[in-house]
Design a protein around this ligand. Structure first.
Ligand code: BTN
Length: 259
């Protein structure tokens, strides 16, 4: 499938000219691609991709700042799925699409850290933020931030983040990477998410995830837990076995998992 690469200015002609499942809108700079996707959602559109070279107010999960100067891939996928019961699986599908595409385009093996960070040797390469607008029609926005060609990072994140360029010592083609991620994502979305074959997504996700079988420290707002991750259940929760052999279910929330 081929992507439509549109100019910065929104076109009023929203016809899908090449029978592709999505259209791409590219901007030099936005506050956040999530905000722009929300504007498109209000117009009743879906299967729209918003990409920006730079975001001035990029955000991560739990309203954390997401550093998004130039040289990264900052993109939001606007969808109108029939089923919005299993949204975590959309995030999982996006994470797999990123891992598989990095392997294909940058020849690098990366892993997913539960719930949805893609990292290389413990340093974060990509984060995913899934947001919903619920009403008469439900819209979902899967936002994906991937560090591609940055040479360095701000002090706040320089010990925890890395980019493909830093790891591979070469510039990676952002557009090729984006196209591959979209193709992979829409494959999972159409063939598995929309048809409710969620187990297929979970099985692939588990292969790419390195959190299972790891000894971890889980930091929540109120406590710190230590244990071994034994599995991720069908609701995408982490199952942690404590030293006393108790299994605790960790629900995705404002928790910090450390290896
Ligand atoms: C996280 O790890 O906390 C998720 C980060 C998600 C960042 C992306 S970049 C594109 C989209 N626009 C945003 O403002 N956020 C997401």
């Amino acid at each position: 499938m081929k992507a439509v690469w549109r100019s910065r200015l929104e076109s009023s002609n929203l016809k899908n000219i090449n029978k592709m499942p999505y259209q791409i809108y590219h901007f030099n700079s936005l506050t956040s691609t999530q905000d722009k996707a929300k504007e498109f959602a209000k117009k009743g559109l879906d299967n729209i991709i918003i990409v920006a070279d730079k975001q001035t107010e990029g955000r991560g999960r739990f309203k954390r700042k997401w550093h998004s100067d130039k040289n990264g891939l900052w993109m939001s996928i606007l969808l109108k799925p029939k089923n919005v019961q299993n949204l975590q699986y959309l995030t999982f599908a996006a994470a797999i699409a990123v891992v598989e595409s990095i392997k294909k385009i940058a020849n690098l093996n990366t892993n997913i850290k539960w719930p949805n960070d893609v990292h290389y040797k413990g340093k974060k390469l990509c984060g995913i933020l899934t947001e919903g607008i619920f009403g008469k029609e439900n819209c979902i926005i899967v936002g994906l931030g991937l560090n591609v060609n940055q040479n360095k990072f701000q002090n706040e994140i320089k010990n925890t983040a890395t980019s493909l360029k830093i790891v591979k010592h070469k510039i990676i083609n952002i557009r090729k990477l984006m196209k591959s991620i979209l193709d992979e994502f829409f494959y999972f979305y159409n063939n598995y998410y929309a048809t409710n074959k969620l187990g297929k997504i979970l099985n692939i996700w588990k292969k790419d995830c390195d959190t299972i079988n790891k000894d971890v420290k889980i930091i929540t707002k109120t406590k710190t837990l230590h244990g071994k991750v034994v599995d991720v259940d069908n609701d995408c929760n982490l199952l942690l076995k404590t030293k006393r052999n108790k299994i605790i279910k960790i629900i995705e929330g404002d928790v910090n998992v450390r290896y």
